[in-house]
Design a protein around this ligand. Sequence first.
Ligand code: CTP
Length: 401
Amino acid sequence: MLTNKKIVLAVSGGIAAYKAAALTSKLVQAGAEVRVIMTESALQFVGSTTFQALSRQPVYTDTFKEQDPRYIQHIDIADWADMFLIAPATANSIGKLANGIADDMLSTTLLATEAPVYIAPAMNVHMYSHPAVVENMQKLDKWGFRFIEPGEGYLACGYVGKGRLEDPETIVALLDKEAAQSQVLKGKKVLITAGPTREKIDPVRFFTNPSTGKMGYALARQARALGAEVTLVSGPVSLAAPSDVEKVEVETAEDMYKAVTERYAESNIVIKSAAVADYRPKQVFDQKMKKSPGDYFVEMERTKDILQHLGDHKTGQYLVGFAAETNDVEEYGREKLRKKNLDAIVINNVSEEGSGFGHDTNQSIYLTKTGRRLELPMMSKDEMARKVLLEIASAVAGDFV
Ligand code: CTP
């Protein structure tokens, strides 16, 4: 799967930089086109000529050493990459990326690329567990960067522990698997809803819920990474749309109903992660309501249940719902799966610590109509999105019969 894949290998300055030479060679043998970027510190460990000879490409070490005046080289390489691998990734290179610092060829190119970035850390065991490094890695994980965990063993600094760069063979095998996965939803149109809806009562007040859209946006990002054509119908949130995803902004449940139903026929897979309001004020005032003494009662009416409508009008779509529950979680989820005629459901216990609205992590139970049941323990929303999408891709491809 790596044949003709364009891979940027970024080598930062640790003793494991010498292993990046073997890595370059193995990637080239697997059929990939490899371009190497080295930091100044990496050059202290291995010469650029080694990588130039192994990759048969120029090696990039300096943002200002432009090799061809027609191109701005860090942007050109950032755009060229299908995959971006930092190996070894030092505490410094991880820290710069996590904090948006761009002061050399590696860090500027990294900020400019839209390719999936894989990070293979290598450092001293105590550096690896330092809270600053841990926090930076968690931040990057949350943003969708993929980590290739270092192995345990003898470290060059004399310690034995976690921090050794993963073996080049294992890294190549992992990229190969990722490259294969990047095609699993190719040719599929995936419609995803995200965020809350907002139901106005007057021009300055509305009813809503705490959904931030993080799960839906992670689903959109990962569906794109798996090769799908993605449309994201989003309620009001403060997140930027993932690149290469069509975003449709809506406000009310009724707007979302229209946006989704208009696109339903052409969709192959529909995932409804939005937290749609079940009720809206019956009367909406054009002008701001003035307060008066005493209590005020708002009469509410039901909104349309979009997912129910989709379930009732299926024409071959694979339909996935979400359930936000606080008690009898699995029973209620199972009931929604059946009643709304879904193919699968992701059930969240929103009362659990670190799960549901606003968090960067989630834990769920995934159930399908055909009886598959998966417990998805606490993980980042991007990781969960990927697992759910891989399940959907297998089901759609007919792998589970
Ligand atoms: N949903 C929808 N339209 C609505 C309400 C919910 O499409 N008007 C969808 C959500 O996007 C989610 C699923 O239905 O995929 C379940 O939402 P949830 O709020 O857990 O349940 P409800 O169906 O609203 O049922 P209840 O509030 O009784 O738990």
